[in-house]
Design a protein around this ligand. Structure first.
Ligand SMILES: NC(=O)c1ccc[n+]([C@@H]2O[C@H](COP(=O)([O-])OP(=O)(O)OC[C@H]3O[C@@H](n4cnc5c(N)ncnc54)[C@H](O)[C@@H]3O)[C@@H](O)[C@H]2O)c1
Length: 360
């Protein structure tokens, strides 16, 4: 099993680690839908500063400039890379640009945060890791849900044994839109569920199968049903869709002792059901008498903390401590392995066996 903390933590000398007295200076690249959230959160983090932001679109830059007049604006990525004030780059551009922008940042000696999915393929991600390791720089994929308080409550319920043996996990991430021309729904929404499953189960699926359909745009699947099997026993079903009448973010985790529903749209995002089925030893030969148990429903308190703030704090901490962040490149590569396998399965119509990356 993968060690999430081993890589990079024992390196003695590392490049570009800012002294404790000054903030980590991070340039945000890509200011479309998601990038402005990175700017907002980094702007408020006590341990971070944003000297410069970059987007090829002047209008996106101008919008940020009006809100944060002290931040320098540029359409030239090279200017960010040549800027000695910049310790790190946070990339929130379309997936196809992740690898070229991230590899250039690492080669320029900048710690690099790159939005999910980390790159367009496992091969690209492994190449990024090689450069980051050689240059002793932090490389972090942005799997925000690993910092979500409800996700962590459920992880604790699984890891403490409170749910018993995990039988299965079933999850729906569906809404109307937004259709993308350059990425399927698997690559857009899938990284969230596949990173959560990887974080909860500490395991890559052994095999998976997927079916998809391109309902609206030819060649761009907008619905996907992915079934995953884990070597330790659990099975999982992930439903992803840009074509649904209402937004659903619902995951059920069914264990031998208790069951959990995690609903990210609810005021009570985690509900623990003391429900299950008992199968006592038969008293007469072959006479099984099942008993169904429906007990209390508990809604644990959830800390009201923005996951993105925890995520970017972890990025700054990883740079300072020369340690792996929770959202490690190991998890980033495992998520890419699942995305690639799901795509292969959808194209070939078969079950795909997954192999761990040599790095994981
Ligand atoms: N962590 C999360 O919860 C979360 C949520 C939404 C999106 N994302 C991720 O954020 C990334 C961006 O998604 P989005 O929805 O904001 O996309 P978007 O298309 O809305 O914005 C992308 C921006 O990048 C700019 N850009 C493109 N190429 C560039 C380049 N070479 N240099 C500088 N700027 C460039 C574009 O002009 C645009 O403003 C994706 O990887 C996506 O998966 C993460």
């Amino acid at each position: 099993m993968t060690s999430l903390n081993g890589r990079g933590s024992s390196n003695g000398r590392r490049n570009g680690v800012p002294s404790k007295q000054r903030p980590v200076r991070i340039a945000v690249v890509g200011l479309g839908y998601w990038g402005p959230n990175l700017v907002r959160v980094l702007h408020e983090l006590p341990g971070a500063e944003i000297p410069i932001v970059c987007d090829v679109d002047g209008a996106a830059l101008a919008k940020i400039g009006r809100r944060y007049p002290a931040i320098e604006l540029t359409t030239q990525y090279e200017r960010v890379l040549a800027d000695d004030r910049v310790d790190a780059v946070a990339i929130a551009t379309p997936v196809a640009t992740h690898y070229p922008l991230a590899v250039a940042a690492l080669n320029a000696g900048k710690h690099t945060f790159v939005e999910k999915p980390m790159s367009g393929s496992v091969t690209e991600a492994e190449a990024l890791v090689a450069v980051a390791e050689e240059r002793e720089l932090t490389l972090m994929p942005g799997h925000t849900f690993l910092y979500s308080p409800p996700v962590n409550v459920v992880r604790e319920l699984i890891h403490s044994g409170e749910l018993g043996e995990i039988y299965f996990i079933s999850t729906s991430r569906v809404n109307l839109g937004l259709h993308q021309s350059d990425a399927s729904v698997i690559w857009d929404l899938g990284p969230h569920d596949f990173s959560i499953l990887r974080y909860w189960l500490d395991e890559l699926p052994a095999q998976l199968s997927a079916i998809t359909r391109s309902c609206i745009m030819p060649g761009v699947p907008d619905i996907a049903f992915v079934n995953l099997q884990y070597a330790s026993g659990p099975v999982a079903h992930v439903e992803l869709s840009w074509l649904a009448p209402s937004k659903l973010r619902r995951t059920a985790v069914i264990g031998s002792r208790k069951m959990v529903v995690y609903d990210d749209t609810s005021n009570e995002p985690v509900r623990v059901f003391d429900s299950g089925v008992n199968l006592p030893e038969p008293t007469d030969f072959g006479q099984y008498k099942l008993s169904y148990r429906t007990g209390d429903i508990i809604s644990p308190a959830i800390a009201p903390i923005e996951p993105l703030s925890l995520e970017l704090t972890d990025f700054c901490g990883a740079i300072r401590r020369s340690a792996q962040p929770r959202s490690s490149f190991v998890i980033g590569i495992d998520v890419l392995s699942v995305l690639e396998a799901a795509e292969v399965s959808a194209e070939t119509g078969g079950m795909v066996t997954l192999e761990s990356s040599s790095l994981t």
